[in-house]
Design a protein around this ligand. Sequence first.
Ligand code: PMP
Length: 390
Amino acid sequence: MFETLSRKPNDPLLALIGLFDADPRPDKIDLGVGVYRDEAGHSPIFRAVKAAEHLIYETQNTKSYVAPEGDQTFLDLLWSLVGGHTATIHASGVQTPGGSGALRLAADLIRGTGTGKIWLGQPSWPNHAGIFSGAGLPVETYPFFDVASQTILVDSMINALERAEPGDAVLLHACCHNPSGAVLTADDWCRITAMIAARGLTPLIDLAYQGFGAGLDEDVAALRSIISAVPEALIAVSCSKSFGLYRERTGAVFAVASLQSASETARSNLVAIARASYSMPPDHGAAIVKTILCSPELCRDWSEELESMRHRLLALRKSFADALAGRWSNAVAIGSQEGMFSILPLSQTEVLKLREKHGIYIPTSGRINVAGLKRNDVARVASAIKGAVS
Ligand code: PMP
């Protein structure tokens, strides 16, 4: 059987981590991997997460299975954080192994309708295409971001989506676009929402960075307004970044509808897909999120720590944009983008030069994780980039 298979290439980002680890230079800089890093280059555990783990350790009295849909209290608390309290919207959720698990269940659900395709922005998180095509869902693309001019291509996006048909789904990033960091204006969101509603498309909203953009509520403002303007939507939530729970694989998918029966039917399908895929979700991360969101003190501490991470990113963006000024007229955009990522207009040769000559690791796409910078690295990285590109 195995002889009939062909060997798959390594994921390029994971391969870059291997190269970085093998580089003996002490001053090497990793701008590739997509995790939050503090000023010491460390991906920290939130204080509230540690405190919640202690509580769970003291009180948990079984490791028996959770239900295929996960823990309802976790889902209710997470939905309050994401969706707020909109009485006219019904949201039914399923706990998933990370945001990736949520996207995969959503993909399987859309595939199960037998008609829909998924429309993905270009560029998007590279694993989106893999997850959707892995579920056998036809993938179409719409233009989203132009790297050279650092602008969002809203007109082209809307033109491309004119070709989508009722029953198709459109993947949107709720905030902190990965990989561009580009921010849609309120007017852009209105235009996109109007066209999605008019054409009978279903938004699949990927929320993987709540709290890293403009703030916990601000980052879901567009999501909340879009779901109140369409009859149905799917939301994939990742707790990996917002709670720093990456390896605990924590997330949820919510089927949102104006009719309660519609959201419940969708959920029953998501549960059946989960049951047939991995049976039950992992519990530990969801138990941590539940413990934090249940406790006013832990919740306050968690949101304050998240807010300090957001401010660190904002300050780094500003100083990096200032340091790059003069190299690219559009470098200023990096200062006003949000979240962890931006894409630099670097050629493959320039990316290699930065890696070999300066020990600065950036994927060939040019996407950088701003959190991988330390304050003292900013000038060095900017001047290496200026040198590599000139
Ligand atoms: N969506 C986007 C846009 C992401 O960047 C990521 C993670 N990098 C995910 C979803 C998936 O996150 P998780 O690790 O929770 O599966």
